[in-house]
Design a protein. Sequence first.
Length: 287
Amino acid sequence: MKTIPIRHLKASQKEPSLPGNFMIKSLEELLNGKDMIHELHRHDFFFFLALKKGVGNHEIDFVSYEVTDYTFFIVRPGQVHELELRSNSEGFMIQFNTDFYYSIEKEFNSLLQKASATNYYQLEKNSFLKLNLLLISTSTEYKNQAVAYKEVINSNLRILFIELMRLRNTSNKTSNTKDSYIQERLEEFLHLLETNITSKKQVSQYANILSLSNYQLNAITKQALGKTASELINEQIILESKRYLLATSNLVNQIAFHLGYEDVSYFIRFFKKNTGYSPEAYRKKLK
């Protein structure tokens, strides 16, 4: 069973005195006058891409986004993506793994979860430039390592996540304490789906972890997304199936076993019911 190619932070990309292999670099430095082309793969770390100026395409979990000026991308650990970025793009790339944000505090983790729930942000110029000042400051602290530079970097990132969270919530002017609770529990559920889908496929399993009843979990997902918890579980299974079909050459039966299905024919029927294609037909269509 081949796994989806996973990229790790290289020793040359990280600051050893910062926990979690944190790294920030300007795109001008990274591109060095050349186009950046990353074929389909996944990371075991968070990947941020902030583009003051950009041309290209970025596909995250099979959703394609045009790279334009004032765009901001976040790829969570485990997601698959491919990227084409033209050589004249400007901005910053940030990478860090889970050790970095776990080492700080619970509030930081919560802000990161909320900000990273959205993969793509298209910002107005002024909004982007506000974030860009934080990134410039973070890059300067990272390079110069002045007194208390780690604390400045952590503070800048906390503000960055808050600003992204605000942008994400702009359309919801009427949010209240109840809505915030529902959103937080939904994000917990979605995070659990991403990390446990190969071993847990029942609503009751996730409800138990979250200390909720099946009814309460379904009420949360229906109010927030208009879908049952079971529908979201099925969507995550299909997403992980697509990841392996398109990013590896594994046989369908190998993918089915990896996802926890001993009955391959059942997996094939399940996939076709939810996509309209058999796994092999989907692979041929998309590759």
